[in-house]
Design a protein around this ligand. Sequence first.
Ligand code: NIG
Ligand code: MN
Ligand code: MN
Length: 320
Amino acid sequence: MYKPSDKTAWKGRIDPQDGALGLRWHQVMQWLDLSGEVPKGEGQVAFLGFSCEEGVRRNQGRVGAADGPAAIRQALSPMADHLPETLRLFEAGEVICTETHLEEAQAQLGRKVAMLLKQGYRTIVLGGGHETAFGHFQGIQQSLLPQERLGIINLDAHFDLRSYSPQPSSGSPFLQIARALEAAKQEFHYLCLGIQEYGNTRKLFQTAAELGVQFVEAQDLQFGLTDMVKQKVQQFLSGVDKVYLSIDLDVFAAAYAPGVSAPTALGLPPQAILPLLQEIAGSGKLLTVDVVELNPKLDIDNRTAKLAAGLIYHLVQKWR
Ligand SMILES: N=CN[C@@H](CCC(=O)O)C(=O)O
Ligand SMILES: [Mn+2]
Ligand SMILES: [Mn+2]
C-alpha cells in the first residue's frame, strides 16, 4: 500500500524571529505524491518511507522496524537548514507492508523508487528492516541503463546473504539481488563495510566468497578512513558507474545504536564512518541511499533515530 505524506510527519521547533536564517528542514520540506505523475527533480533529494518489519519477523528478529521511517523523519525535522541554494528536499510518502505481504510491498517500493530515479531525484529510502534493500534494488534495476554497472556498498555488521528458501527475509536481500543481476546477465559488485566475524556463520563467508563479495571487517574500520580502507573503497568506486549505498544501523556499536533488531556490542563508532560517507557521497557516483533496521521500540532517548538523521544530514550536504 502507498500513502502520500500527510505533511504532519515533519514538524519541529520554529524560530520566527530569525526569518530565513532560522529555518530548519521541516520548514523547507516540499511534497511529492507518487500516486500520480512525478515532476522532474534533477539532483533534488526525495525521502520515501518503507514501513515494514515482515522481513525481520521472518528472520526471527525483534520486530518494530515498521515505525522506523516516522522516527527518522521526526529526528530529521529540526535539522538546521544549511542546504546549498539549489538543493531542495521532498517528502514522497510511504510504502507500507500490509500483514505478511512482503514481496508485494517490495515490488511497490521498487516502482516508487523507479519513478523518483527516472525523474532525476536523489532518493533516500527510510526503512524498514533490511528487506527494504530488495525492494529498493528493484527500482534501481528498472531505472539503470543496460550498460551501467551498479556498485552496492552496505555498511552492516552482516552480509545479509542468507538463503531465501523457503522464504525471503531481512537476512537475504543481497543474495536475492545477486541472483536477480545474474538472471539479467549483469555483474554483482558488492562491498560490505563493518562485518563482524562473530555475526556471520562460515556458510555466509562461503557465500560471500563464491559471489566475489568484497568486505572490510569492523575492527579494520574502527579508526576511520585509513589508507587500506580508502584504497579499497576507491578501487571499488572506480569499477562501477552508479552506487547504491545501504546503511544498516547495526553496523554501529550498541552504545550508539541500541534501537536495532540485532544490536552489535563491538560495532563502530559513528565518527569513524563520516569520512567514508564523505568519500562515497563526493564520488559523483552515488545514486541512491537507504537507512534501515531502526527499531524505535528498542531505542533509548531516540539515540539511534538521531544517529540515522545525523548520517543522512551529512550525506545530503556532501552528495555531489
Ligand atoms: N538483517 C539481518 N540480520 C542479521 C541478524 C543477525 C542476528 O539476528 O543476530 C542476519 O540475518 O544475519
Ligand atoms: Mn543488514
Ligand atoms: Mn545487520
